[in-house]
Design a protein around this ligand. Structure first.
Ligand SMILES: [Zn+2]
Length: 356
């Protein structure tokens, strides 16, 4: 997490909102709608050291987001209707928004669902079967707990014959630096399998109960069945072990995705038709993966690349961008401009559809 970047982005978004530039832009462009990404929704106070705070919004903020969309005459629809609208775009139609939640956190059930029920709205939840069954971990939350609790961490680097690397975690700034180092190390420098092993070893060594942490956050199958009984909920797939697909071989990608979908099918009685790439950013899901998801028969697959949905996405239904409902931007003056499409259009070098 880079606080300077967050501060600058807030200034730019608030500036667009204040000048009305976003509303003017929105009248001119041809976007069909947007798919929103959420993770945690809960009212718990944010702790002092919370490097994953971008993943959590307050239920009141979710309520404000829905009210804003409704005030702006944006239809909140499910993924199947979005597919139909993308396949048959008409210019006179109102814009749409799809609300999606990644990972299957218990707070989706406890804190997001009541808000959505209040407005009688459809939504989608993407599940990684391994997170439910304990073969995968919420490693980023394990690392947060580890760095938060320790003042010094010894990390034995994979493949290194020299002694462990010492990470200082005494002050808040040191904790943030060490957390950022670990995330970069685990997502860039070691394989996805080693990532899981390194995190489990570190947590074991420093007495972080990763299994209990997973269980306290992720829904059980029993809770998933409650979601299933809600006719407004679409359940989508998010791989077996929450792996960054772009870092796997094509065979590994197919295994991760088909096994995840098979476990879901055996629990839910039907194969998921919609998919979300874990992490979803450029280095985690690429053109090869978009083609593989199409071959595997998914109707849609969503990334976390920022962007609106345009008619051109008709030919790229497994490479759909989303708009993040981000915990670091929980003010309407930051979020409202995002619904115009202007910030993401500028961020994408003015391209409407980007699938590289
Ligand atoms: Zn995820």
């Amino acid at each position: 997490m880079n606080f300077a970047t967050i501060r600058n982005t807030r200034r730019i978004l608030a500036g667009m909102n204040y000048t009305g530039l976003d509303r003017i832009y929105q009248q001119l462009d041809s976007e069909l709608g947007m798919i929103l990404t959420l993770h945690h929704v809960n009212p718990h106070p944010v702790p002092k050291f919370a490097p994953n705070a971008h993943l959590t919004v307050h239920p009141e903020f979710l309520r404000s987001v829905i009210q804003l969309l409704q005030q702006r005459d944006i239809d909140i629809i499910d993924l199947d209707e979005a597919c139909e609208r993308i396949a048959n775009p008409t210019l006179d139609r109102r814009r749409f928004a799809v609300i999606t939640f990644d990972d299957g956190y218990q707070d989706t059930l406890h804190h997001a669902m009541p808000v959505l029920k209040e407005f009688d709205l459809p939504y989608t939840v993407y599940l990684a079967s391994g997170l439910i069954e304990g073969t995968a971990d919420l490693w980023w939350e394990g690392i947060e707990a580890l760095v938060s609790q320790q003042s010094r961490i010894a990390l034995q680097m994979v493949g290194s014959k020299s002694g462990p690397k010492e990470l200082n975690c005494s002050t808040r700034a040191e904790k943030m630096e060490s957390f950022n180092f670990l995330v970069k190390y685990l997502t860039n420098d070691v394989s996805e399998l080693d990532q899981s092993r390194v995190v489990r070893e570190l947590c074991w060594l420093y007495k972080i109960d990763l299994e209990a942490l997973n269980k306290s956050q992720i829904m059980s199958w029993e809770q998933v069945h409650k979601l299933m009984n809600d006719s407004k909920c679409t359940i989508g797939a998010h791989t077996l072990n929450h792996r960054a697909l772009a870092r796997l071989t094509p065979d590994q990608v197919v295994d991760e995705v088909t096994q995840g979908a098979m476990v879901m099918a055996s629990e839910l009685g039907h194969k998921p038709e919609h998919f979300a790439y874990p992490y979803g950013y450029r280095a985690a899901a690429n053109r090869r993966d978009f083609d593989l998801m199409k071959d595997l028969g998914f109707k849609t697959a969503v990334t976390t690349r920022g962007g609106m949905i345009f008619p051109g996405h008709k030919n790229h239904m497994t490479a759909l961008p989303r708009i993040s409902v981000n915990g670091m931007y929980q003010k309407m003056r930051y979020f409202a401009p995002l619904t115009s499409g202007l910030p993401t259009r500028l961020g994408n070098g003015l391209k409407r559809v980007s699938v590289k």
